[in-house]
Design a binder for this molecule. Structure first.
Ligand code: G4P
Length: 530
C-alpha cells in the first residue's frame, strides 16, 4: 500500500509535556492515552505505586525509585490524528536528555499545578521551548484541589514568561471545587462527574447557559464574567499568534479525575501544528515530502534487562521510513541498515514497518549512531547539532581500582558520546580523573551506576562545589586557574571551560580580566537555560 506522505504528515502531532515534578505529567499522560482508548483503564502506563510500568522502567535504580529516567515515545490515534507523545524524564532531577527531547517536537504542553503556578523546572523547560520558538499549550492542572485564582495564574504566565495566555475554556467553581468548564464554542458549560478513582473517562454533560446558571448560580456567573473580561481585553486565541509562540492557549484540568482531558486532546488534534519542513545545518529547509531524513535526538543503552543494547531514537523529518531501508549516515557517509527498527512503548517494543515525519523510530544496536546524527535517503542532508546546555553540577570521578582504568576510560567516553554527562579534563587532574558536568545531579548516579554495571569500572565520585561554567580562552587559563573558587578545564569538544563556585567569586575574578573573557556556555551549539 502506498501512503501519501503529505496526508500522513497532516494528521500527525508530535509533542512533549513539560512540567515541574509532581505537577501531574504521568497522570496526564495516562489520561490522554485513556481518552485515546490506547489503553482500557488508566493506571496501565506509568510506573508508580502498584501500577504496572509501561512507559519507561529502566534498571534497578530507576525501578527502586519508581521514576523514569529514560524517555520513550507513546503513539496513539484520536479521530484519525496520530499523536506522538515524547516522554521527557520528569523527576526531581533532569538532564540534557530532557532538553533534547524538546528539539524533536513540534509543540509542547506546559503543565502547571494550580496551587503552585510556575515552578523552576517548568521555567527552564519553557525557556528551551522559547529558544526554538516551539508553540506551547498551557494546562493548569489539579483544579480539584485548592489553588490560586485563575486570573492570578494567567497574570503570572504573562508577566514571568512574556507570553500572552489565551484561555480556551474556563473553570466553573474555584480551585478545589471543580464543577466543569465554560465551553466558549456553545456558550454553555461542560459539567463533569467523578468516576471511581478516575480510572475511566469522567462523566460529562453539556448544559446550556440557562441550565448552567440554574445549577451553578454564582460560580457559573463568575466564570462567564472572568472569561468575557479576558476575551474583551484581547486575550483570545489566534492561531497564527499561537504558532508563532507569542500566545499560549490555556486549559484547565484535573488529570487524576480525567476532567478537562478530552478538551486537551481536542486542542492537540485541532490546533497543534503538524510537522513542517525541518531546517538543516546549512539553514535551508527540507520539505516533509522530500526523500527520507531524520536525526537522532537520544541514545539509550541498556533500557531493559531483556534487551541490553543500544537504542537510538530518531525523529523522522521528511519522507516515508520503511524498515529495511539502507540509509546514509550524514557524518561518515556510511550506509546504515534499518532492519531492526522498532517503535518503543515503554518497555514494550514492536517492530515498526513504516513511519512518517513527526514519528519516532527506535534503531536497535545502533553502535555507530550518536545524539545529533542525521540519516537520510536520496539527497544528502545534515541537521544542525543538538544544543548542549550549561551544566550546573560538577563531580570529579576516578576508578576505584586503578586496574580497571581501561574500562573506566571506555565507559566515560561512551557516556560523553551519549550526552549523559559532559566530560572536562585538565593536565592537573589527568585523564584518569576527569570532571563530569551535568545539568542535574542525578546524571552522576546514572553515570556511576553505568560505569560499574555496564563497563565494569566501579568509581569514586567527588562532588565539587562549582555551580557556574563559562567559556573562556586557553590563553587566559593562567589568570584564572588555581584562583580560590575557580578552575579551568577543557571539554572533550575542545571548549575551554572555567568553573566558579558562585557568581560573586566569578565577578571578582572577571574584574581582573579583559572584557569578554568569560562567555556564557551557549555558543553555536550551546544553550543556556537558567
Ligand atoms: P509527575 O509525573 O509530574 O511527577 O506527577 P504525577 O502524575 O506522578 O502526579 C503527582 C501526584 O499528583 C500524584 O499523587 C498524582 O496522583 C497527583 N495528581 C496528578 N494530577 C492530579 C490532579 O489533577 N488532581 C489531584 N488532586 N492530584 C493529581 P501521588 O500521591 O504522589 O501519587 P499516586 O500514588 O497518586 O500515584
Amino acid at each position: 500500500m502506498t501512503h501519501d506522505v503529505t496526508a500522513e504528515v497532516a494528521r500527525r502531532r508530535t509533542f512533549a509535556v513539560i512540567s515541574h515534578p509532581d505537577a501531574g505529567k504521568s497522570t496526564l499522560t495516562e489520561a490522554l492515552a485513556l481518552h485515546a482508548r490506547a489503553i482500557a483503564q488508566a493506571g496501565a502506563v506509568h510506573g508508580k505505586g502498584q501500577r504496572r510500568g509501561v512507559v519507561s522502567d529502566w534498571l534497578d535504580m530507576e525501578q527502586a525509585r519508581g521514576i523514569s529516567i529514560t524517555s520513550a515515545a507513546l503513539q496513539f490515534t484520536v479521530d484519525d490524528v496520530v499523536l506522538n507523545l515524547l516522554d521527557t524524564p520528569g523527576h526531581a532531577d533532569f538532564s540534557e536528555d530532557t532538553y533534547r527531547v524538546l528539539s524533536a517536537v513540534d509543540c509542547a504542553v506546559m503543565l502547571l499545578d494550580a496551587a503552585k503556578g510556575l515552578e523552576p523546572q517548568t521555567l527552564k523547560l519553557f525557556e528551551a521551548c522559547r529558544a526554538r520558538r516551539t508553540p506551547v499549550i498551557t494546562v493548569i492542572n489539579k483544579w480539584d484541589r485548592p489553588g490560586q485564582e485563575p486570573l492570578e495564574l494567567l497574570d503570572e504566565i504573562e508577566s514571568r514568561l512574556g507570553i500572552v495566555p489565551t484561555p480556551l475554556n474556563w473553570p466553573v467553581g474555584i480551585a478545589g471545587d471543580f464543577r466543569g468548564l465554560v465551553d466558549p464554542s456553545t456558550g454553555g458549560m461542560t459539567q463533569f462527574t467523578r468516576t471511581p478513582g478516575g480510572a475511566t473517562i469522567a462523566g460529562r454533560e453539556a448544559l446550556d447557559a440557562a441550565e448552567a446558571a440554574r445549577r451553578h448560580g454564582p460560580d457559573w456567573q463568575q466564570a462567564v464574567e472572568e472569561f468575557e473580561l479576558l476575551t474583551a481585553s484581547g486575550q483570545s486565541h489566534d492561531q497564527e499568534e499561537f504558532l508563532a509562540a507569542r500566545t499560549t492557549p490555556v486549559l484547565f484540568s484535573a488529570a487524576v479525575l480525567n476532567f478537562g482531558v478530552a478538551e486537551l486532546l481536542d486542542v492537540l488534534t485541532h490546533l497543534a501544528p503538524a510537522p513542517g519542513p525541518w531546517r538543516d545545518a546549512a539553514g535551508s529547509t527540507r520539505p516533509v515530502d522530500s526523500p527520507f531524513s531524520g536525526f537522532i535526538f537520544k541514545v539509550q543503552t541498556g533500557m531493559d534487562r531483556a534487551h541490553r543494547d543500544r537504542l537510538a531514537f530518531m525523529r523522522v523529518c521528511s519522507g516515508r521510513f520503511e524498515r529495511g531501508m539502507v540509509l546514509t549516515h550524514a557524518g561518515s557517509g556510511r550506509p546504515f541498515q534499518t532492519k531492526y527498527a522498532q517503535s518503543v512503548f515503554g518497555r514494550e517494543r514492536e517492530t515498526i514497518d513504516e513511519a512518517f515525519p513527526g514519528d519516532v523510530v527506535g534503531l536497535v544496536n545502533a553502535q555507530s549512531l550518536h545524539v545529533g546524527d542525521s540519516l537520510y535517503h536520496g539527497a544528502a542532508v545534515s541537521y544542525p547539532p543538538l544544543p548542549r546546555f550549561a551544566p550546573e553540577h560538577f563531580a570529579a570521578v576516578r576508578p576505584r581500582d586503578t586496574g580497571r582504568s581501561k574500562q573506566f576510560r571506555r565507559g566515560v567516553d561512551m557516556l560523553d558520546q551519549e550526552g549523559v554527562v559532559q566530560v572536562l579534563v585538565s593536565d592537573r587532574r589527568g585523564v584518569q580523573a576527569p570532571v563530569l558536568a551535568a545539568v542535574g545531579p542525578m546524571q552522576f548516579e546514572v553515570a556511576s551506576h553505568r560505569l560499574e554495571h555496564e563497563f565494569g569500572a566501579e568509581v569514586v565520585l567527588e562532588p565539587l562545589t562549582y555551580t557556574i561554567a563559562r567559556r573562556t580562552r586557553a590563553s587566559l587559563k593562567p589568570l584564572i586557574d588555581g584562583k580560590h573558587g575557580a578552575e579551568v578545564l577543557e571539554r572533550t569538544d575542545g571548549t575551554v571551560v572555567a568553573l566558579f563556585t558562585d557568581r560573586w567569586r566569578m565577578g571578582t575574578i572577571a574584574a581582573e580580566l579583559p572584557e569578554g573573557s568569560l562567555l556564557p556556555m551557549f555558543g553555536a551549539e550551546d544553550q543556556e537555560v537558567s
